[in-house]
Each structure stands twice: as structure tokens, then as C-alpha cells.
Design a protein around this ligand. Sequence first.
Ligand code: PGA
Length: 252
Amino acid sequence: MSRTPLLAGNWKMNLALDEAVQLAAAVVESCRGLAGREVMVAPAFLHIPAVARVLQGTSVLLAGQNMCWEKRGAFTGEVSGPMLKEAGASMVILGHSERRHVFGEDDELINRRLRGALACDLTPILCLGETLEEREADQIFEVLEGQLLRGLGGLDPEEANRVVLAYEPVWAIGTGRTAGPEQAREVHAFLRSVLADRFEKTLAESVRILYGGSVNPENIDSLMAEPDIDGALVGGAALKSESFDRIIHFAS
Ligand code: PGA
């Protein structure tokens, strides 16, 4: 089963507006002539309309970094799926480690957001990952299985098939430490086995699973050499056009 690699830049709460526009233009340049891979950027909400103008008519995909499960209403501080779509986004990152650990989002809330995304035809990237304590206590598979099954709770196979997963060990995000390709391989294979049990084998084979956590120009080739790693969710190294360019052009 062939899965198109996805290289996704999560800009988090970084960049001034003009910097975001310049970086978007550089990503468009990087993607010229690129075939067989998808590239996505997730700017801060306020920067999405300006970045969308730069990306219009190009192959670069645009994502929100979160969204509300409801389409409209009294949800102070939230942004809805229809608002994201209207602004030009086709994808949305959900359950990112910073949402879970800094803002206290739990699996139930993330599942509501995810079902809201599917309902308005946005492609969700569901992030999962264990903390260092959980890894050291040998709870990694239990934690990831729980996050995955609760995150996909209530979905039918057709809906689950539209989700992209991102395995991001919390201890690897922004720390310069990465799970080695072997560690990521083991986890990605495990996530596919959970998907096969919960849904079906063909679905488990077709869902894309990205790796995230200190991905950079030096480690991208060895990560992407793993058959079960279908792309990368990149934070720090996506903020510089040269390093993201190198990541997009990983050796295949
Ligand atoms: P990082 O962030 O690449 O800076 O570690 C990854 C992420 O948070 O998605």
C-alpha cells in the first residue's frame, strides 16, 4: 500500500506576520517541481488569511493548529472549523502535546474536536505521544493505545481513514532528542496493529503515521527510510526556510 509522504511544518506561536508571509513564499519555492510528497504549514490563526493568499493556486497545504468542535456559538477564545475552511485551511492539528500538557486537553476533548473536524471536511492530524516518565515506567504502549482509541472514539472506518496520525514523544519535542528510527519503527508498527484490531487491516495499512519531535535536516533521511514512517511533523526546523527545504527534499 503506498502512502504519500507528508512533511508538515507546525509554526506554533512563532513569527511576525511579515515573517510568516516570507516563509510561506519560501516553502512555495521549495515545492516547485516536487512530486510524490505533500507539504503542509500550520501558521498561527491570525496569520492564516495572509499565508493562504501566498499559497493560493500552489500545492502547499494549509492547516490550523487547533479548532473547536462546534461550528459557532459561545466559545470564547476558540476558532471553528468553518472559519478555518473559509480562511483556506484544509487540515488541522489536534491533540498536540502542548495542547495536552500546557493547556490540559484530554482525549475526550480532543475526540470532540476531531469529530468536529471530520464533520466539516477538514483533515485532522491527531498527535499522540508518551512522556519520559511513562516511557521509563514501561507504560508507553498502554498510553499510546489509550490515546489512539479514545482519540478515534465513535468513528466509523471511513472516517478513521481520513485521519493522519503523528507520533510525537513528549520528551523529544523541542529538546533536540529524537526517538531513533528503530524506536519510531516499533511504535508506528504498534499503532498500525491497534488500528487493525479496532478497524481493519487495510485501513491500518492506508492511514499515514508521521513522526514528530526534533526532526531536522540531519535526521530526516534516516527517519524517512523507515517504511512505516510516512512523514514528519516539524516544529523548530520548519521555521527556517533552508532547514525545511532540506526536510521536504529528504532522500528517498
Ligand atoms: P520540534 O516540534 O520539531 O520543535 O521538536 C515538533 C512539534 O511540536 O510538532
